[in-house]
Design a protein around this ligand. Structure first.
Ligand code: GLN
Length: 304
């Protein structure tokens, strides 16, 4: 299959959409990104990477980081983690607080903010240097040993942390939070502000298309069973309250972030990463979803 040609076609396909989304402005440092940018990469299970568009551009991965946070927590806790966070779609926005009160401080799933923050709290209890461990994982799996955090974005998130802090304190009031809220939030924001391009992003999550094994680092990251579970959760909850629409249009498990990145997984074949900073009203990349829908049709690779 001519991956390169199809990726290039996707760039032309989304061009008219690039000025239609809105950059995330609740994190002031993210609002500075120019809107009209798009990049796509595809990384196959035998280690080939194809890219098109603005593929050297770096962006902060934001909520895509929740996948690696969950991965590192599952490595350490296994199924015990599910006592603190659920596995159901939330049907609410990624930063919603309401459900958390009704459900006694147990977030619906690990891909909304509250769920990722409690997962960070769990990791914080087991790791002496959480950011160092997190960066090492991305560096090994992406093959770029210089990956780091965009400190301006991390600081901007921390300075405007009110909603996320409210979630963490609410969970603490229900006894579902062990460490100091501000310390855990700083880890969470640093993970969100890790910066890379789409090639590095597609490689970093290649273990999800390869039954839990990362070829680049030659390491088993998750068991085969955990990989199936992770991809299932991504399918039902990876795009928050737009997960149903994304599943309908794209037919693959995926995870988005407000920086404009999305990863999508085709088990046993490849990972695709897209990036375009203009978001739809759910906080998902507008052109990114359109590109994935186009690619799933052109490549014939939906999982159904
Ligand atoms: N860092 C962002 C936040 O906490 C992540 C949200 C997202 O990407 N949906 O609000």
């Amino acid at each position: 299959m001519d991956f390169q040609r199809i990726l290039e076609k996707s760039v032309s396909h989304v061009k008219p959409l690039l000025n239609q989304g809105k950059v995330a402005d609740y994190i002031p440092a993210l609002a500075l990104q120019p809107l009209e940018q798009f990049s796509v990469s595809l990384h196959t299970v035998d280690g080939q990477t194809y890219s098109a568009g603005n593929c050297d551009a770096k962006f902060t991965i934001q909520s895509v980081s929740k996948v690696m946070t969950l991965t590192l927590a599952l490595q350490r806790y296994g199924d015990e983690l599910w006592q603190r966070v659920g596995k159901e779609p939330s049907g609410t926005a990624f930063n919603s607080l309401t459900q958390l009160e009704f459900e006694n401080g147990i977030p619906r799933n690990p891909f909304i903010n509250a769920g990722a923050i409690v997962t960070c709290d769990a990791l914080y209890s087991r790791l002496s240097a959480p950011l160092h461990t997190m960066l090492e994982s991305y560096r090994l799996m992406s093959g770029n040993h210089k990956l780091g955090v965009n400190k301006v974005v991390a600081q901007s998130e921390y300075d405007h942390r009110y909603r996320n802090a409210a979630m963490a304190y609410l969970m603490k009031s229900f006894g579902n939070f062990d460490n100091k809220v501000e310390d855990v939030l700083w880890s969470y924001f640093s993970f969100c502000a890790i910066e890379m391009n789409t090639m590095e992003l597609a490689r970093s999550f290649s273990y999800l298309s390869n039954q839990g094994f990362c070829l680049q680092s030659n390491q088993r990251v998750l068991t085969k069973k955990q990989t199936k579970q992770m991809n299932s959760l991504l399918f039902t909850s990876g795009l928050y309250d737009a997960a149903g629409d994304f599943g309908y249009r794209v037919g693959m498990p995926g995870k988005s972030g407000v920086g404009g990145a999305i990863i999508a997984i085709v088990p046993n074949r490849f990972t695709i990463s897209v990036w375009s900073p203009g978001l739809d009203k759910f906080g998902n990349s507008l052109a990114g979803i359109a590109a994935l829908e186009f690619l799933s049709n052109e490549l014939g690779t939906a999982i159904f």
